[in-house]
Ligand binder design. Structure first.
Ligand SMILES: Nc1ncnc2c1ncn2[C@@H]1O[C@H](COP(=O)(O)OP(=O)(O)OP(=O)(O)O)[C@@H](O)[C@H]1O
Ligand SMILES: [Mg+2]
Length: 222
C-alpha cells in the first residue's frame, strides 16, 4: 500500500502541492490526472526518492520495487542498442554463470510477455513509437516490480497502439497483482482501464469516482 499523509512540496517559494492525503492499495490500477504543472511527475519522483518532499509523509512497503516508465526520453535515430540490449540495461551485472542464465531467461520471458520477441534485434532508434513504448515497458517490468508507474506513456501513440499497450498493462496487473499508477491526460483511457482516479486540483489531490470524471479535469496534453 502507498499512503500519503499531509504531503507538501515546494520548489523554493513555489508551492506545488499541499497536504496530500491518499492511499493506493496493492493491485489497484489508478489514474493520476490534472493540468500541466499540477505536480503529477513531482509526486512520483518523491515516491521513487528522486525528489525531496518538503513536509508530511509518503510511505510504501520498502520491500516492494517500482518499475518506472518516465515521461520523456530522447532516443536518437542512431541510438546504438537493439531493443533487447536496451531492456538488458536494467539487469545488474553478475559474474555468476547460473545468474546470467536465469537473467537470459528473464529477458526471453519479458520479450514474450510484451510481444517483442520477433523485434528484439531491431535498433531501438529505428523502432516505431509504439515499439519503443513496449521496450520501455519491458525494461520497467524486467525485475518483477510490485508497483508500475506510467508517466503519460501513451501520449504520442495512435489509438490502436495505445489500447494494445494498456491491454497488456491491465493483463499484467491482473495476473501479478501489480499496482499501476497511470499518469495521463487521456479521458477515454482512464474510463476504460482504471479503477479509480486521483485528481490534482487547487494544489491538492481529490479522490474522484470514475462515474464523476469529466474531460475538463484532464488538462491539456503537451
Ligand atoms: N526541479 C524543479 N525545480 C523547480 N521547479 C520544478 C522542478 N520540477 C518541477 N518543477 C515545477 O513544479 C511544478 C509541477 O511540475 P510537474 O512536472 O510535477 O507537473 P506535471 O503535473 O507532471 O505536469 P505535466 O502534465 O505537464 O507533465 C511545475 O510548475 C514545474 O515547473
Ligand atoms: Mg509530468
Amino acid at each position: 500500500m502507498i499512503e500519503a499523509k499531509n504531503l507538501t512540496k515546494k520548489f523554493g517559494n513555489q508551492l506545488v502541492f499541499q497536504d496530500l492525503n491518499f492511499q493506493i492499495n496493492q493491485g489497484e490500477f489508478v489514474s493520476l490526472i490534472g493540468p500541466n504543472g499540477s505536480g503529477k511527475t513531482t509526486l512520483i519522483k518523491i515516491l521513487m526518492g528522486l525528489e525531496k518532499k518538503t513536509s508530511g509523509t509518503l510511505d510504501f512497503n520498502k520491500k516492494e520495487t517500482i518499475g518506472y516508465v518516465p515521461q520523456f526520453r530522447n532516443i536518437d535515430l542512431d541510438y546504438p542498442l537493439s531493443i533487447e540490449q536496451f531492456i538488458r540495461l536494467n539487469l545488474k551485472f553478475t559474474p555468476s554463470f547460473t545468474k546470467r542464465k536465469s537473467n537470459n531467461q528473464k529477458i526471453c520471458d519479458i520479450l514474450e510477455k510484451t510481444g517483442l520477441t520477433s523485434l528484439k534485434d531491431r535498433p531501438l532508434g529505428l523502432s516505431s513509437g509504439g515499439e519503443k513504448q513496449k521496450a520501455y515497458l519491458a525494461q520497467a517490468l524486467l525485475n518483477d516490480p510490485q508497483i508500475l508507474i506510467l508517466d503519460e506513456s501513451t501520449a504520442s501513440l495512435d489509438v490502436e497502439v495505445k489500447m494494445q499497450l494498456m491491454d497488456l498493462v491491465a493483463e499484467l496487473s491482473h495476473k501479478y497483482h501489480l499496482t499501476v499508477i497511470f499518469i495521463t491526460h487521456d479521458y477515454e483511457l482512464t474510463k476504460k482501464y482504471t479503477q479509480r482516479v486521483l485528481l490534482f486540483q487547487n494544489k491538492t489531490i481529490k479522490n474522484v469516482n470514475l462515474n464523476n470524471i469529466s474531460e475538463n479535469m484532464f488538462g491539456k496534453e503537451q
